[in-house]
Design a protein around this ligand. Structure first.
Ligand code: GDP
Ligand code: IMO
Ligand code: MG
Length: 428
């Protein structure tokens, strides 16, 4: 297949970075289509760890072209920090292009992110404070600034000046906080504009032409299905569309240009930030998963909430993104358990069993997981390099996932390193 989209199926941090890097070794182009530097994708190559936020994970493959598409919200400050870090590690960053239609994140977005989330009190979402929600708000309100505005100093200054004035009204009058410094910010962002111009392109044309020419194009998802603004656990979600449909608007190409959709599934479930989580194990089981899986946020360092694999969630993700394959990650983290649970339904307070993920969080909060208990394998899998080498109980676990979701498990990962990966059949 020439084009593959990689989608998070849970609440993010499923191991997309590792899976994308693995597939990107063969890619001609890697495209980010949504989100911003709220993402934290870790890739480990030969024991060395890289953390990517805004830059596509394809940057670690020297021959891939990396695209930051129109659906991304772009933070110049974060971008240059990331570039500096990668260059320090000797990574070539010359092959990156940014859409002229991508919206720009400014410091007032980050400030408003923190102020508005804190003001929600006990209902706070627990955002990453990267200004993602406020930047998408401006986009939808039709007041945002886009990368193309950076091409002309005069236009950029006029638009930014009007926005800073509006935002300062909100910052000071609604939240009683200190206004942002207009002159300092304008000067700094004019300098960013000068540095960014060489990266700015109509990237939709580049993606379209690459697909038409039969190049291998990888669409890199950030976040996960349950954080989707429409389909996730609203309002405890992000502000973009991390499902496969979001990649076509966010990359600027039609849906027929995506041939395969691979869902990244963590062998258990984690979540950072607030919101219901039916299979959460807020106890020694969750702690054991967190310690062995190093479940701490790449972007914010927060400990992740941990629990058993929720197949109601994964099957929902399979439906809404049209998954054609699954990449099962972090299977090795379950090596430690004598028995493992998988959630195959939710029991409502009325005793009804539901298997379709509900819209209402009021209902979800009252649901209890219906578990199927499976025998654990209780031996290390980190050294396995072929599906046949996996213990029978691990194979049975994989079969349960396939049977429940109706989607074949094509990739299995048993450690953070590129090498610790098994593939069943050619994928890309
Ligand atoms: P992403 O946001 O979906 O890219 O995922 P993160 O990078 O935030 O979190 C996944 C974490 O799991 C990272 O620390 C990876 O290095 C690590 N990881 C990925 N695959 C595996 C695996 O199969 N086994 C183990 N033990 N760690 C893995
Ligand atoms: P990757 O790409 C996990 C969560 C935040 C918060 C909610 C809204 O690494 O999987 P935002 O800053 O986006 O407005 O926060 O979404 N969140 C993520 N959780 N992985 C991510 O990205 C996330 N990006 C945002 O914790 O609950
Ligand atoms: Mg992450």
């Amino acid at each position: 297949m020439s084009t593959v989209a990689v989608v998070g199926t849970q609440w993010g941090d499923e191991g997309k970075g590792k899976a994308i890097d693995y597939l990107a070794t063969r890619a001609d182009m890697v495209v980010r289509a949504q989100g911003g530097n709220n993402a934290g994708h870790s890739v480990v190559i030969g024991g060395k760890k890289y953390a990517l936020h805004l830059i596509p994970s394809g940057v670690l493959n020297p021959s891939a072209v990396n695209i930051i598409g129109n659906g991304v919200v772009f933070d110049p400050e974060g971008f240059f920090e990331e570039i500096a870090g990668l260059e320090k590690d000797g990574i070539d960053t010359s092959n990156i292009y940014i859409s002229d239609r991508a919206h720009i994140v400014f410091p007032y977005h980050k400030l408003l992110d923190a102020l508005s989330d804190a003001a929600k009190g006990k209902n706070r979402v627990g955002t990453t404070n990267k200004g993602i929600g406020p930047c998408y708000m401006d986009k939808v309100e039709r007041t945002g600034l886009r990368m193309c505005d950076m091409m002309d100093d005069e236009i950029f200054t006029a638009k930014l000046s009007a926005q800073i004035d509006r935002k300062n009204e909100i910052i000071t009058k609604v939240y009683g906080a200190d206004a942002v410094d207009k002159e300092e910010m304008t000067a700094r962002y004019l300098e960013y504009a000068r540095r960014l111009r060489p990266y700015i392109r109509d990237t939709g044309v580049m993606v379209y032409e690459a697909v038409k020419a039969g190049k291998k194009v990888l669409f890199e998802g950030a976040q996960g299905t349950m954080l989707d603004i429409d389909l996730g656990t609203y309002p405890y979600v992000t502000s973009s569309h991390p499902v496969s449909g979001g990649f076509t608007t966010g990359a600027g190409v039609g849906p027929q240009m995506i041939e395969e959709v691979v869902g990244i599934v963590k062998a258990y479930t984690t979540r950072v930030g607030a919101g219901p989580f039916v299979t959460e194990e807020n106890n020694e089981i969750g702690d054991a998963i967190r310690e062995v899986g190093h479940e701490y946020g790449v972007t914010t360092g927060r400990p992740r909430r941990c629990g058993w694999l929720d197949l109601v969630v994964v099957r929902y993700a399979a439906r809404v993104s049209g998954l054609t394959g699954i990449s099962l990650m972090l299977l090795d983290v379950l090596d430690q358990f004598e028995t493992v649970n998988i959630c195959v339904g939710y029991e409502t307070p009325q005793g009804e069993i539901i298997t379709d993920f509900p819209a209402s969080l009021d209902l979800l909060e009252k649901c209890r997981p219906v578990y199927k208990e499976l025998k654990g394998w209780h031996v290390p899998t980190t050294g396995c390099r072929d599906y046949d080498e996996l213990p029978d109980e691990a194979k049975a676990y994989i079969r349960e996932i396939e049977d429940f979701t109706g989607v074949p498990v094509r990739i299995i990962s048993v450690g953070p390193d590129r090498e610790q990966t098994m593939v069943r059949g050619e994928l890309f």
